[in-house]
Design a protein around this ligand. Structure first.
Ligand code: NAD
Length: 430
């Protein structure tokens, strides 16, 4: 059976070796610090009890408290959560945040739960994790099928247990419960900004860039909206139910409006699909990846592009909004073909960057304006993007992903060596 965590570790080993990282350091980053696995028992509305497997992985705390989202999805497993937590470790180091990597999740299809069941599940998750997480230990945030409301319930549950206010225990909260302005759209905005940096390096006009976007949730919608408003031509969009296409360009605002109109008022998840927009032609999930476009944006789940479909991918650029959307084997093929990939650890880091801003605001009890959040996000991403770009252009046969891993692993290496490795102690006299 394929393992996302094995793939993530293989990438760590390959890119670590290529960047000259010591074997001891790679080895120490090849396993999580701790993973808590538990089962949540939830009283359902009909009086029955159901059990859901739940996880929280603290992968590395070398650079600070662990940080990473919580996913509610029926594919969630210990293997997937550990891979996502390893990627969070790299991501926080790439964009110079004082955080290590973590991730959590529950194996559940949240769309079939009532709102009361969803609240009980969210609170049960926090009850199970309350001694494991904390503002200076491990700080969760939203991910696939979790949102600000769920983060608000979890903050509340944590405070009921601890009997004092701890807004910094979780990020991505509603603004009136200590959330940051700009957090909701931060992942999409960050991905948009790095795409814009690439466009300006390549000297192309937005109108000349045709875009296909897989996934129309928080991250996918927000990058689609910003690209659309800037003049990029969005020709295809998909969600879990299907995909739509128009060579002349889709109207992102209209599609969003239609999706929202179909959402029943008390629902936490969108029950409708982009495919209900009858104005546009329906295409299959597979066809979206094969379109002749300049930019492809996978913004759903892992392994969207694998050895099975990579040869049909025609896009010149890929902005990896999802975590791990390209398998290691497919990545090698795209690299040889010359496809420019803005890697997930940079492309979707806008979310964790603004989560960091939220944590800082909570600790200082001093909220920032939206302008300040957006300006600081842009500054941080520009520095990181330019570093990757420069590294790639000064080294031979290197991708932006290799550049990102080289930077992150060197940073982690310094800290791990300081704490003691064979090399560190054998050179201690020098
Ligand atoms: P979300 O729950 O808001 O949306 C997920 C979207 O993906 C939905 O539109 C869903 O219909 C769609 N989808 C699911 N399976 C699909 C499939 N097979 N084909 C096409 N579409 C499919 O989730 P999100 O927060 O937007 O997260 C999307 C990705 O971005 C994930 O990989 C997540 O880890 C990553 N990410 C999110 C954040 C964040 O702050 N939300 C931060 C960093 C990375």
């Amino acid at each position: 059976m394929s393992s996302v965590f094995s793939d993530a570790r293989q990438r760590l080993h390959t890119l670590g070796q290529l960047s000259g990282i010591s074997a001891a350091v790679i080895e120490s980053l090849s396993r999580p610090k701790a993973t808590l696995c538990t089962s949540l028992s939830i009283l359902m509305d009909d009086g029955s009890t159901q059990y859901f497997d739940a996880y929280r992985c603290q992968y590395s705390s070398h650079l600070g408290p662990c940080k990473g989202g919580i996913r509610f999805h029926s594919n969630v497993s210990q293997d997937e959560i550990q891979a996502l937590a390893l990627w969070m470790t790299i991501k926080c180091a790439v964009v110079d945040l004082p955080f290590g990597g973590g991730k959590g999740g529950v194996n559940v299809d949240p769309k079939v739960l009532s709102r009361m069941e969803l609240e009980r599940l969210s609170r049960a998750y926090m009850r199970a994790m309350a001694d494991f997480v904390g503002p200076d230990k491990d700080i969760p945030a939203p991910d696939v099928y979790t949102n600000a409301r769920i983060m608000g319930w979890m903050r509340d549950e944590f405070e009921v247990i601890k009997r004092h206010k701890q807004p910094a225990v979780i990020t991505g909260k509603p603004v009136n419960l200590g959330g940051s302005l700009g957090r909701e759209e931060a992942t999409g905005r960050g991905a948009f900004l790095v795409t814009e940096f690439l466009r300006s390096k390549e000297g192309k006009a937005p109108e000349d860039i045709r875009v296909a976007i897989q996934g129309f949730g928080n991250a996918g919608y927000n990058i689609a909206k910003l690209l659309f408003d800037t003049g990029y031509k969005i020709v295809a969009i998909s969600d879990s139910k299907g995909a739509i296409y128009d060579a002349a360009g889709l109207d992102v605002d209209r599609i969003k409006q239609l999706k929202d109109e179909c959402r029943s008022l008390d629902s936490d998840y969108c029950e409708s699909s982009v495919c209900e927009s009858t104005t546009y032609k329906s295409i299959s999930h597979e066809e979206l990846f094969e379109l002749d476009v300049e930019l492809l944006v996978p913004a759903a789940l892992e392994n969207a592009i694998t050895i099975k479909n990579v040869k049909k991918v025609k896009a010149r650029w890929i902005t990896e909004v999802a975590n791990g959307p390209i398998s290691v084997a497919a990545d090698e093929i795209l690299f040889k073909k010359g496809t420019v990939i803005i890697p997930d650890v940079l492309a979707n880091s806008g979310g964790v960057i603004v989560s960091y801003f939220e944590w800082v605001q909570n600790k200082a009890a001093y909220p920032w304006s939206l302008e300040e959040v957006q300006l600081r996000l842009q500054e941080k991403l520009k520095i990181s993007f330019d570093e990757m770009w420069q590294y790639q252009h000064q080294s031979e046969n290197t991708s932006l992903r290799m550049a990102a891993y080289a930077k992150a692993l060197k940073k982690l290496e310094q800290v791990i060596k300081m704490r003691g490795t064979k090399e560190y102690f054998s050179n201690a006299e020098n």
